[in-house]
Design a binder for this molecule. Structure first.
Ligand SMILES: [Zn+2]
Length: 498
């Protein structure tokens, strides 16, 4: 049946026989990390990452009805194959009902809408299948990108883009049209960028999906940003702030006026931190207003306003109107322009606690940014009470974490003592073979007169050179600690703190 010494195969060379693969249900394949490949000499070849136990072998023999031969492969490869094959299978299945003579060009706007109003339309199934997959993987973004030969479907998971499958150029326009209909876009317009929203329900949860199109030379690229309303707002400690620093942040939040900034690059978790901060303020005794683009979570007792550029309700107008409504705490999604910067600082020195984010790499840079937006230095000095600068690193999956002996480069760069080990994930079902699960913050906090005043002591050149470096250094230290304690990997350290 199979020998203990299994043949190792190169999966790239393998051609799958769809009829054979299909015989093993997707669930069994996923749960046991195996995939049936094809029939050879009356036996079915099954790729596995380790020799299966007798019960499983018997079950498989029963399902397939023939003798089996097992070949060993990396589980990541098997997992990729399962994704590609079963997803393609589902898509093909979903699309096979579309009549052959219906080319895309024949589908006019009206009859597409008509046809796709029916929930069991194959294209709807295919679109839902892909969106459900993205939600299962907790992807923040789903990319559908046309190229010359085919189209790629990729997902951003924990900050990193992974290719999911490639689909044919015949299927792509149908999928694209379906998603544009979902987002209430003009499906006839293919030459201009568009944006729209989808309220997507899956099980008992609703998800807001923001869809945008971009006309590329091979067609429209779609990006779906998924907002997970089923996420809980975590407390600061769970986000990765130490107890001591959590106290620091709570002290800032106890102030009745001043400006608190959370800074970091795109995708650094600033919004999540701000939400967590707001949920620490007792809304019963205060008037809390948030102006956001868009509102990502709903907060009990907080007046949340969505910025709407189409109607002209931008951050500046939102803030100006909020100030007429007797606010105590104002959460401003982002300070992007001079007008908002001025108003936010003015509000902070006139008895309001203002919390906002800035797109900068360190605490010190945020002061430079405000100065560049024309806010006078003395004004910033008066207003600013604290800056939290942060980035995110991926956490090693706790279910497949293993120790390893570090390389000489790692020992040197991380200043490891002799005998100290490091950690990495091996990849397992729980982390979808990504070796990582979830993310945590690395950060620096500047709070208190001394630390904030430091930003203003130096002349601009020194300031930019020295303090930027200081900020980077503390973030690096922070990340190194996480590598040494097995929270994250050396690879993540290099990626996030180059
Ligand atoms: Zn794992």
């Amino acid at each position: 049946m199979f020998s203990a010494k299994m043949e190792k195969v190169n999966m790239e060379d393998i051609s799958l026989e769809p009829d054979i693969v299909r015989k093993i249900p997707e669930e069994i394949a996923r749960d046991n990390c195996l995939i049936a490949l094809r029939r050879v000499n009356g036996k079915v070849i099954v790729a596995v990452d380790e020799i299966p136990d007798v019960t499983l072998v018997e079950e498989l023999k029963f399902i397939l009805g023939v003798e089996l031969e097992f070949v060993k492969s990396h589980r990541e490869k098997i997992h990729d194959l399962i994704n590609t094959y079963y997803c393609k299978e589902n898509l093909n299945h979903a699309l096979k009902d579309i009549k052959e003579n219906e080319s895309v060009s024949q589908l006019t706007a009206e009859n597409i809408s008509d046809r796709y109003r029916f929930q069991n339309s194959p294209v709807i199934k295919a679109a839902n299948y892909i969106i459900n997959k993205a939600i299962d993987e907790r992807a923040s973004d789903l990319h559908i990108e046309p190229f010359q030969e085919d189209a790629a479907i990729r997902m951003r998971i924990d900050g990193i883009i992974h290719e999911y499958i490639r689909i044919s150029t015949a299927v792509y326009p149908l999928l694209c049209t379906r998603i544009k209909i979902m987002a209430q876009m003009d499906i006839a317009e293919k030459r201009l960028p568009q944006d729209g929203k989808v309220k997507y329900t899956r099980g008992k949860f609703d998800y807001d999906i923001r869809v945008s199109t971009l006309p590329t030379i091979y067609g429209e690229k779609l990006v779906l940003r998924i907002l997970y309303r089923d996420d809980k707002i975590e407390d600061l400690n769970k986000l990765g702030f130490s107890r001591k620093d959590e106290e620091k942040i709570k002290n800032m939040l106890n102030r009745s006026s001043g400006l608190i900034l959370v800074t970091g690059p795109t995708g650094s978790g600033k919004t999540t931190t701000v939400y967590s901060m707001i949920s620490n303020i007792d809304a019963r005794e205060k008037n809390i207003v948030s102006i956001e683009d868009p509102v990502e979570y709903t907060l009990e007792g907080v007046n949340q306003v969505n910025v709407n550029l189409k109607t002209g309700l931008d951050f500046a107008l939102g803030l100006r109107s909020t100030l007429r409504q007797d606010p105590d705490v104002i959460m401003l999604g982002e300070i992007r322009d001079e007008e908002t910067a001025h108003m936010a600082v003015r509000a902070a020195v006139t008895g309001h606690l203002v919390i906002s984010t800035l797109h900068t790499n360190s605490s010190a840079e945020s002061v430079i940014r405000l100065k560049d937006m024309g806010v006078p230095e003395y004004f910033i000095q008066d207003a600013l009470i604290g800056v939290i600068s942060q980035k995110l690193v991926r956490k090693i999956c706790p279910y497949c974490r293993v120790e390893y002996v570090p390389s000489s480069e790692e020992i040197k760069k991380l200043k490891l003592s002799s005998g100290q080990v490091l950690y990495r994930g091996e990849g397992c079902e729980r982390c979808n073979y990504k070796s990582y699960r979830g993310r945590t913050v690395i950060y620096e906090i500047s709070y208190g007169n001394g630390e904030i005043m430091n930003f203003f002591k130096n002349d601009r050149l020194n300031f930019e050179d020295n303090i930027k470096e200081l900020g980077r250094a503390s973030m690096r230290e922070n990340c190194m600690k996480l590598v040494k304690s097995g929270v994250t990997t050396y690879g993540e350290f290099l990626r996030v703190c180059p």
